[in-house]
Design a protein around this ligand. Sequence first.
Ligand code: NAI
Ligand code: MG
Length: 499
Amino acid sequence: MPDASALVAQTDPFALVRELEGKHLIDGKLVGPATGKTFDVLNPANLQVIGQAAEGEAEDVDRAVQAAARVQKAWAATPARERGKLIAACGRLLEQHKEELAKLVALETGKALRTESRVEAGVLADAFVFYGGLASELKGESVPFNPDMLTVTTREPIGVVGAIIPWNVPMMLMAFKIAPALVAGNAVVVKSAEEAPYAVLRICQIMNQVLPKGLFNLLSGFGPECGQPLVAHPKVGKVTFTGSVEAGKAVYRTAAEKLIPVTLELGGKSPMIVMADADLDKAVAGAIAGMRFTRQGQSCTAASRIYVHRSIRHSFVDALKTKVDALVMGDPLDEKTDIGTIVSQQQFERVKSYIAQGEAEGGTAHRCSALPADAALSQGYYVQPVIFTELKENSRLVGEEIFGPVACVLDFDGYEEVLQRANASEYGLAATVWTRDLHTALDATKRLEAGFVQVNQNLVVMPNLSYGGVKHSGLGKEASLEAMLEHFTHKKTIIFNMQ
Ligand code: NAI
Ligand code: MG
């Protein structure tokens, strides 16, 4: 293994940006884009330009995919456990860099350091160590086909995997894609989100100290100009994508022309059902965690439709307002801050327009927490958390993913009615039910149309739990052994005729 100590931890995020800006990482090296074009990356807390990012286009994509294809066969021929050990070693290496990664991602995304960015950086090692340990599970089967023939299946890597990631949890979502892909014997080319190019590039740089050159390449750039050529490249055999439904469909269409498999993690509008007999304190805490208020609600799993039984609705809303009010909005890098900013102007305007529409429709917007008083943050993309009541079920706010700190609290009278309303969504990512009644809980877990259902708790995302939705929430699963086997390998059937 090469000397891993070469790259020292650097906790000044601006120094890291100076080192990484304007670069892709291709074939083991930081390199500028073929066109020389770059774009600005902003700090969403004060709108200052942090630095430039390389604007990748088709030529950069080709260089990265060719580098990946050159090294992939040798990597696939490396014993699986050796691959696993190297990926687990990457996890341990990232652990030494977690504070710098936390600061870097807080700077570029506006996610509060203490409540969000440090938590994200803290789970990276776990994902790589988990998948590293699963390498010897890349097993096939023997099939009782004919007593004179030995019939077996093997798991083979796909080749070069293209990964397109978003900005909301860029490091963790990238880890959940590349760790299983690499352990399974593939090489990867990642395209980062334009809002958050640096923390993931730093991860790539750190891992490239120990991985063979070309195995893990990272490009920055925009969706149509850099993401699409990656999906379309003839040597990319699989694409894994997380983002909007619209972009996911565009990725799927391009992949269909090549008949390659895709995994899509798209949006959600996850219901939370609070029955009359629920433990109110736990349900309120679950709503705050589930809504991801500390991440400005920018989560695909956000529990953004909260159905509360009419009998407890007022006490629930009052308790929720009090608790959300106590969260402190401020500079993402300040240790006192609970809630940072929205990521970009596009998302800021989008979230504000939903809030305005909800009020115009007659909804009541309970605004919580105070905007930061610091003049340096006055231009930042801060939005106060909003708890909406009095919305109609057919409101756009109840039907569409807002991806902001907006919780729609709706009341209900009967269980069958609320189940029907919870399922009447184009999405099906997650759902929760809060009750002390075992029969209701069991029945709801069977009947809620979602990829992930939890009872009396919210939001557990772990590398060993399959994660993914039904309906417009996506295709395929991430995390767990299942994701590595089903989505990053193909099964080969082999027959030896012994006669
Ligand atoms: P987006 O889907 O446009 O961006 C996500 C990634 O896809 C980025 O890397 C982007 O460059 C890439 N991309 C965009 N268009 C593409 C295309 N045609 N081909 C290939 N790649 C493409 O999402 P955006 O604009 O950042 O956010 C819009 C909405 O999407 C949010 O309000 C939210 O509802 C949803 N979203 C959901 C996420 C999730 O975790 N499921 C994450 C981010 C956004
Ligand atoms: Mg977009």
